[in-house]
Design a protein around this ligand. Structure first.
Ligand SMILES: Nc1ncnc2c1ncn2[C@@H]1O[C@H](COP(=O)(O)OP(=O)(O)OP(=O)(O)O)[C@@H](O)[C@H]1O
Ligand SMILES: [Mg+2]
Length: 256
């Protein structure tokens, strides 16, 4: 199946795009006209505090919710279209509880592989590869609920990668994860980008901004700044490692 965008032929350079996206829940304005574009092969960090609108933006990109206003494009197509082929190219690691706690590591992988329609032989290959990169081989019989925070997130990532997506959306993948596992997770993510994947990662941790190629700072439903972490920091006379200060500076600038 092809979409009008695909029929035009040219592959878009931009894999993920929000244009003027607004979304309200009752009186709460979750997104107030957000525009952003994630380029192919990029790690884009959607950085912002609790309630900034990160999950809402990710839900839009995953095609799980439509904007009140504005448009959403993933690989040039509308991800919320019921018959879009784009879904098969998209992986999603939700913010929380994305796995079956009563099922083991292996059973979760098997369950999601059936959901994605993987053949038995494809599953065998993918299972081996994903257990290896997440270093979960020794824990295949452990129930998901009994995994550490870091291992749980790695299993959620493995499940989201089973169908070999080209674009991956990760909603706070390192929240509740200890610093060593956080570093391991980031190494894993860089490995995926090295293989050609495009990543959008949301995080409330300002220090993680410096790990992204570009970041968008989301605050109260608005993208208040965007750019390469080093450039944003330099513009404020600060070190990229001190991104929290950059963010606070930007918020202060708005309040003034
Ligand atoms: N389904 C919903 N119904 C009502 N309000 C909602 C709904 N989803 C989100 N909101 C509100 O919209 C705003 C943005 O929420 P969102 O979950 O996108 O933020 P977030 O940046 O992901 O926050 P967190 O870091 O806490 O996950 C919040 O004020 C939230 O309470
Ligand atoms: Mg969220």
């Amino acid at each position: 199946m092809s979409t009008p965008e695909m029929e035009r032929g040219a592959e878009p350079e931009v894999d993920l795009e929000l244009s003027g996206v607004r979304r309200a829940f009752g009186a709460t304005q979750a997104l107030r006209g957000v525009s952003l574009a994630v380029r192919r092969g990029e790690v884009y960090g959607l950085v912002g505090p609790d309630g900034a609108g990160k999950t809402t933006a990710i839900r839009m990109l995953a095609g799980l919710m439509r904007p009140d206003e504005g448009s959403v494009r993933v690989l040039g197509a509308d991800p919320a279209h019921p018959r879009t082929p784009v879904r098969e190219q998209l992986g999603l690691v939700p913010q929380r509880n994305s796995l079956y706690g009563d099922l083991s590591v292996d059973e979760n992988l098997r369950f999601f592989s059936r959901l994605f329609g993987l053949s038995a032989s494809d599953f065998t290959t993918r299972r081996e590869r994903l257990l290896s990169i997440t270093r979960l081989e020794r824990f295949t019989d452990r129930r998901a609920d009994a995994l550490s925070g870091g291992m749980y997130k790695k299993l959620a990532l493995a499940c989201a990668l089973l169908h070999r997506p080209r674009v991956l959306l990760l909603d706070e993948p390192t929240n509740g994860v200890d610093p060593v596992s956080r570093r391991e997770l980031w190494e894993l993510l860089y490995g995926l980008v090295h293989e050609g994947m495009t990543l959008l990662v949301s995080t409330p941790y300002m220090d993680e901004a410096s790990r992204c190629h570009r970041v968008g700072l989301l605050y109260a439903g608005e993208l208040i700044a965007e750019g390469a972490p080093r450039e944003l920091a330099r513009a404020h006379g600060l070190a990229a490692s001190n991104f929290e200060a950059v963010f606070l500076e930007l918020i202060r600038g708005r309040a003034a």
